[in-house]
Design a protein around this ligand. Structure first.
Ligand SMILES: [Zn+2]
Length: 414
């Protein structure tokens, strides 16, 4: 797929202005963005984007679920190389998550159109809908619609916190839900997504871009520990079956196991429930969550079973009962190796520092990779801040990433 290489420069201040203008749509007084899918702010943001796409010389189109496209038609118009990211945000999210990938794609296509004219192959930028699942539990909705991965019953089953179904919300926004299958695409040749890292590795190491090798697999389980409630004053320590002391020891051991494994393995025990939850009662039951991520499936499974074995061993020593439910277990998603090499060449052509890395967060790209060659490019997040109004990527860093994106698209499409 690789064609000729030359750096395609991007105007940093133009990209930065677009980011600020788009972020003004749905920005809340308390700080942070609210742009849930099919909301008024989401509709206005799309109108703004469509205007910019037209001004950049792109043909604008939307699909049946609300993905918005700007197309730069190639001499061979039968296939499409797609770039972009998601337009929705988490509640009180930042200006860059998703939006930067759309705008980088937009300015990249604009620069290519201006500097190199008509491509051999068609290029398209997309603003995808409902990646975050911040209104409906419908992660990667726009991407799944394009790939034919939406199940018919989701339309009426998925509800927001006002009890509105996704079908009703679509209709209100002007998208008849029964037409959702018209969004399916058969012409996609590749997908390239630029995204903020949302972590602090590039920022700490002062590296310009990250080239993603794989998006981690996720293993989530809940662990329940049961002991016996007793009087906090009259029960000697050696006669207790304290569920919390057992669970705390498990937590310490789980952290030790994963720390010993080293980067990029991560584990988070973020949700705890202690019963009966009284100051003067020995805890009877504890439920806690485990969120384990790794880009290598065999390592993820090995760690998951080591975690469960250590919980069982600790429970046995302390006379506690332990049980566990697996809440989800997803495979890592490998990025396409040919596209990774093309990104590395583009980064070197642009003279930027790059490193290969996994993605610890989920992205539309993990779904795209199930059906078509896909690759991701990260730009630094200052102090790793994300899903927060504090999210920031300096204009020069954003433009360097967009330039690498434009350069790889040049190589693929011209
Ligand atoms: Zn995102």
């Amino acid at each position: 797929m690789a064609g000729s290489n030359r750096p395609v420069p991007i105007d940093a201040s133009h990209l930065h202005t677009c980011i600020e203008v788009l972020a003004s749509i749905g920005w809340q007084e308390e700080g942070g963005l609210r742009r849930p899918v099919y909301s008024a702010a989401w509709v206005r943001a799309r109108e703004k984007l469509a205007g910019w796409m037209r001004a950049a010389g792109l043909e604008v189109r939307e699909d049946a679920v609300g993905n918005l496209f700007g197309r730069l038609r190639g001499e061979d118009d039968s296939r499409t190389i797609l770039t972009g990211s998601h337009l929705d945000t988490v509640p009180l999210g930042g200006k860059y998550d998703g939006a930067l990938g759309i705008l980088a794609g937009l300015v990249a296509l604009q620069a290519l159109h201006e500097q190199a004219g008509r491509p051999r192959r068609s290029l398209e930028v997309v603003a995808l809908c409902e990646e975050e699942g911040s209104r409906f539990p419908a992660h990667y909705w726009g991407t799944r619609a394009m790939l034919g991965l939406i199940e018919a019953d989701e339309l009426k089953r998925l509800r927001d916190d006002q009890d509105v179904t996704i079908a009703e919300a679509m209709r209100t926004a002007g998208f008849p839900p029964e037409r959702y299958r018209e969004a399916i695409r058969h012409d996609l040749e590749a997908f390239l997504e630029l995204h903020i890292e949302q972590g602090r590795i590039l920022f700490e190491e002062r590296i310009d871009v990250g080239i993603v090798q794989a998006i981690v697999g996720l293993h989530q389980r809940s662990i329940s520990v049961a002991g016996r409630a007793d009087h906090a004053g009259t029960t000697p320590m050696d006669l207790r079956r304290d569920a919390l002391q057992g669970a705390a020891q498990m937590a310490g051991e789980i952290a030790r196991l994963v720390e010993q494994e080293g980067r990029p393995a991560v584990v988070t025990l973020g949700k705890w429930e202690v019963r009966p939850g009284a100051v003067n009662v020995v805890p009877e039951t504890v439920h806690f969550s485990v969120d384990l991520r790794h880009p290598d499936e065999a390592t993820k499974q090995r760690l998951a079973s080591a975690i469960w074995s250590c919980c069982q061993a600790i429970a046995q020593v302390r006379g506690l009962e332990v049980s566990s439910d697996i809440l989800s277990d997803s495979l890592p998603s490998n990025m396409n190796s040919v596209l990774q090499s093309a990104l590395i060449r583009a980064a070197e052509t642009c003279g930027v520092r790059w490193r290969a890395m996994p993605s610890g967060a989920g992205h539309d790209s993990q779904e795209m990779a199930r059906r078509l060659p896909t690759a991701m490019l990260f730009v630094p997040s200052v102090e790793g801040r994300s899903h927060s109004p504090a999210e920031y990527t300096p204009p020069e860093d954003a433009a360097r990433g967009a330039s690498v994106l434009a350069t790889v698209l040049y190589g693929l499409a011209y």
